[in-house]
Design a protein around this ligand. Structure first.
Ligand SMILES: [Ca+2]
Length: 246
């Protein structure tokens, strides 16, 4: 029956060692330890049954009780650590959320508001594959992401804000069904402010230092845009918005 005694002591040692070594780990590890503690308790319970048949019953039971006491003590520490960790995580989550909200609020305060131009003209338009949702430039400012201005050519589309405003950014959205990778020039009241490949895959926002202006011209330019030196042949915009100061 000595083997039960050795086993009981070994369990006690194993539990103490494995738990204390990992007590400072993250919540996940703490929960895994808690689970192992429960398993140890189950094993010890079964050893009590075996101890009944032993001629050293009392000694073994004492050792097992001692192991259980240690385990309970360790479990309590783990439970406390779990609670602390959960509180830390919850606090971090709340802090992160608050920071994000503050960031968004500051951004909005600084950024003004996104508006849809009141009028638009283009150098031309082409219905794409006889679809109802492609063609006229007004489709670029109708607040409907399905409809779009399309032109089977390079060209330009000019958005009118109705009056001069302080412009801080633009957002162009397109879904790339007819164009991909156009080089575009952006003008505000005739002044070139950006030249780049049609930014992003479908939607992109560009912000810049506030500029007074009323007319924003989006001009597509025939330039190679990939390693195969392909040149876009269509122009398109589903929706166009402008960030203006309040
Ligand atoms: Ca539209």
């Amino acid at each position: 029956m000595k083997k039960y005694l050795i086993l009981a002591l070994a369990i006690s040692f194993m539990v103490c060692f494995s738990v204390s070594a990992e007590i400072e780990t993250e919540l996940k590890d703490l929960r895994a330890q808690e689970q192992r503690i429960e398993q140890m308790k189950t094993m010890i319970s079964s050893l009590f049954i075996l101890a009944e048949k032993s001629d050293q019953k009392e000694t073994i039971e004492n050792a097992l009780n001692e192991a259980l006491t240690k385990i309970e003590s360790i479990k309590k520490r783990i439970d406390n650590r779990i609670k602390e960790k959960e509180k830390e995580i919850e606090k971090k989550r709340r802090d992160d959320k608050k920071k994000q909200e503050e960031k968004e609020e500051n951004y909005l305060n600084q950024s003004g508001q996104w508006i849809i131009p009141v009028d638009v003209k283009a150098s031309g338009y082409t219905e794409w594959a006889e679809t109802w949702y492609t063609g006229p430039p007004k489709f670029a400012i109708d607040d409907n992401e399905i409809t779009k201005w399309t032109l089977n050519d390079m060209g330009e589309i000019v958005f009118d804000l109705g009056e001069t405003k302080n412009i801080k950014g633009i957002e162009a959205y397109w879904n790339g069904s007819v164009s991909n990778g156009n080089t575009v020039n952006i003008f505000i009241d005739g002044n070139l402010i950006l030249t780049e490949e049609q930014f992003g895959s479908t939607r992109n926002i560009r912000k810049f230092d506030s500029l007074p202006g009323r007319y924003i011209k989006y001009q597509t330019v025939a330039q190679p845009h990939n390693e195969f030196l392909q040149i876009a042949t269509w122009s398109e915009i589903n929706e166009f918005k402008v960030l203006v100061e309040n």
